[in-house]
Design a binder for this molecule. Sequence first.
Ligand SMILES: [Ca+2]
Length: 388
Amino acid sequence: MIVCETHRRRESPHTKQTNTKGDAQSHDLPHSTAQPMKADHRLRLALGILSWTLALPFVARAQVQAPTMPVGSLSAFPTIVQAGTHPTLTWNVTIPAAVLDIVTITPPGTVTAKTPQYMDVRILGASVKAVTTNQWGQITNWSWVPTECLFSFNGGSYTRIFYNTHDKVNPNIVVATRQVTTGNTMNFGGRYYYNNSWSSTRTSTNSSNTVVALKHGDIPPTTTPLYQQPTLESFLVPYLDNTGRLKLGPRDVIYLMELTHTNTADGGFDLQDLVILCTFRDIPSSGSAGEWLNLTTIANGGTTTTASFSAARTVLKAQSTKDLSNVILQFADGTTQKFDGLKGKTGNFQGTGSNSGKVVVGAWIKSGNNFSQVSGAPSGAGTWHTNY
Ligand SMILES: [Ca+2]
């Protein structure tokens, strides 16, 4: 958070930094913008019911694609037995890996892969604000400040994977995906842009206190417990339990960044100016159904279109009951690319040129008389299919 007094605004880009409770109260986001954890699933054996085949439910949390609880099947034979006899039970249950089985976290925030896998990156919050106060310290105006998330893969340079204000954050969208192999390292950084200048860049390799990578059960290292901070943002609330520990999926790593303060004893040092969730998932075996994500089939305007996306999230597989007219890919960085003059009812599409390798967060598939069912679509767009 930045607090700047109106009469000082021209003097310094960073001005005075303080905390006020009124600030936190006036900017809380609705709780619905973050996804609460489902920590209370239980394996339930339903014996004595009509069906003896039981598929243990896949967890339904938006941010996590990999199983966060045991999954598998249980069957019994015979399905009807006489009193005094017993069926034979057969089960095949997979226990999910814990995050430290698949990555190493080297403080403050370098993650190293221990196995080949995919990593999905989501932005949960980018809550740097500019707050204007009057001479009595009362808030007279405030606004979100654009914040940038930087990513360094395997020792490479830091490149942008997100740049926007908090109100534009969609925590479901994957802003970056990488296929990693054993030994690859991941680091993240952040900074904000205010009064025509950038704040200093803080990264998980050059800042001992301001960028940290944490896992389920860890306690965020703030002097005042984060869950008791007056400035605690609502988007983080579902990720903290009532003892101040992080509630994450078993294959999640969360990055908490402090971008506005450096003194850990300052109340404004709350490690939530930029919050990133990394989720690891297995690489699907070649030819398996898991190679294509987020399959959707939508009937719209007399045409039914089907979409799914490659495991790397870069390729759309499109299909329609009529010939394809155009396909528009929506990339994670907000840009789009349109493919015109199509032939046939099927096709695979991915970014080309400057869009090569970009993560696709969704696509419009135009075919027959279909139309976009979401607002803000480019002209001529067909049915929208999401990839998250
Ligand atoms: Ca802060």
